[in-house]
Design a protein around this ligand. Structure first.
Ligand code: G3P
Ligand code: MG
Length: 236
C-alpha cells in the first residue's frame, strides 16, 4: 500500500511548503500530494485554501491577487515559530525540488470556472517537466478532470469522489479513464473498494494519520493512503 505524503510531511512542517516537501523526501516518501490554485496573473500556487487567512493571516483570495503581491508572505509561522519565513511555493518550484523517482499527486482545487485555464497550465507544466508517467492529476471538480483528459489522453487522473454518487463516479471515471477513486476514510466501505477494483481502478484514501487506521485500510485492500505522516510507510 502506497503512502502519499499529504500536503508534504504536513504533520511535521507547514503544509504545502517546500519545507514540508523536503521533509517528506528526507523521510523517504515515495509519493507526495499537494493542492493547486491560480493567481490573477496565472501563476500556479501551491496552497490548500482559496484564501490566505489560515496560513498567512491575510484575507485575500488567491484568484484576486498577483503572484508578486503574495510571494513574500510568511506561510510557516502559523505552524510553528521555528518555521517562520517559509514562502508559498509555485507548482514549478515543487517540480524543481522533486526527484524523478517521486510520484506527484497534483490536486487542482477548482477548475476553469474559478481559475481560467488552470487545467491547461497544469498539463503544460507536466509536459515541460517530462513528468507524465510520475504525475497524477486529481480534483473534486470533475469538469476540471474532463478538461485535463481532453488536453492529454495519457495523463494520469485521480477522481476525488466528494458528494458525487458512486454510480455517477464510476461512469465518469470510465469516461475519463481515471486510474483511481480517491475517497475520504468515511467513504471507504468494503463494497466501494470492490466496485472500484472490479472496474480496474485503484482506491486511494485520505487522510490517514494513525497506524491503526492504516492497518485497517490495508486489510480492506486499498491501494494507497494520503497521510500527514510519511513514516506510516512501513513497506518501502
Ligand atoms: O487529495 C486528497 C486530499 O488532499 C483531499 O482533501 O482537503 O486535504 O485537499 P484535502
Ligand atoms: Mg488535497
Amino acid at each position: 500500500m502506497l503512502v502519499i505524503a499529504h500536503r508534504g510531511a504536513s504533520g511535521h512542517a507547514p503544509e504545502n511548503t517546500l519545507a514540508a516537501f523536503r521533509r517528506a523526501l528526507a523521510m523517504g516518501a515515495p509519493a507526495i500530494e499537494l493542492d493547486v490554485h491560480q493567481t490573477l496573473d496565472h501563476e500556479l500556487v501551491v496552497a490548500h485554501d482559496d484564501d490566505l487567512k489560515r496560513c498567512a493571516r491575510d484575507k485575500r483570495r488567491l484568484k484576486n491577487v498577483h503572484w508578486d503581491d503574495i510571494a513574500g508572505l510568511d506561510v510557516g509561522a502559523w505552524f510553528d515559530k521555528s518555521c517562520a519565513g517559509e514562502r508559498l511555493p509555485r507548482l514549478k518550484d515543487v517540480f524543481d525540488l522533486l526527484p524523478a523517482s517521486v510520484e506527484l499527486h497534483i490536486e487542482i482545487k477548482r477548475g476553469s470556472s474559478v481559475y481560467p485555464g488552470i487545467e491547461e497550465r497544469v498539463v503544460d507544466l507536466i509536459h515541460k517537466r517530462a513528468a507524465s508517467s510520475r504525475t497524477v492529476v486529481s480534483s473534486f471538480d470533475h469538469a476540471a478532470l474532463y478538461s485535463v483528459r481532453s488536453l492529454d489522453e495519457k495523463v494520469r487522473i485521480g477522481y476525488l469522489l466528494g458528494l458525487t454518487t458512486l454510480k455517477t463516479a464510476l461512469r465518469e471515471m470510465q469516461e475519463i479513464d481515471a486510474e483511481s477513486l480517491n475517497l475520504s476514510v468515511r467513504q471507504t466501505l468494503v463494497r466501494t473498494v470492490k466496485a472500484a477494483h472490479d472496474r480496474g481502478r485503484k482506491v486511494l484514501v485520505y487522510t490517514v494519520n494513525t497506524p491503526a487506521e492504516r492497518d485497517r485500510l490495508n486489510t480492506l485492500g486499498v491501494d494507497g493512503i494520503f497521510s500527514n505522516y510519511p513514516e506510516l510507510n512501513l513497506w518501502r
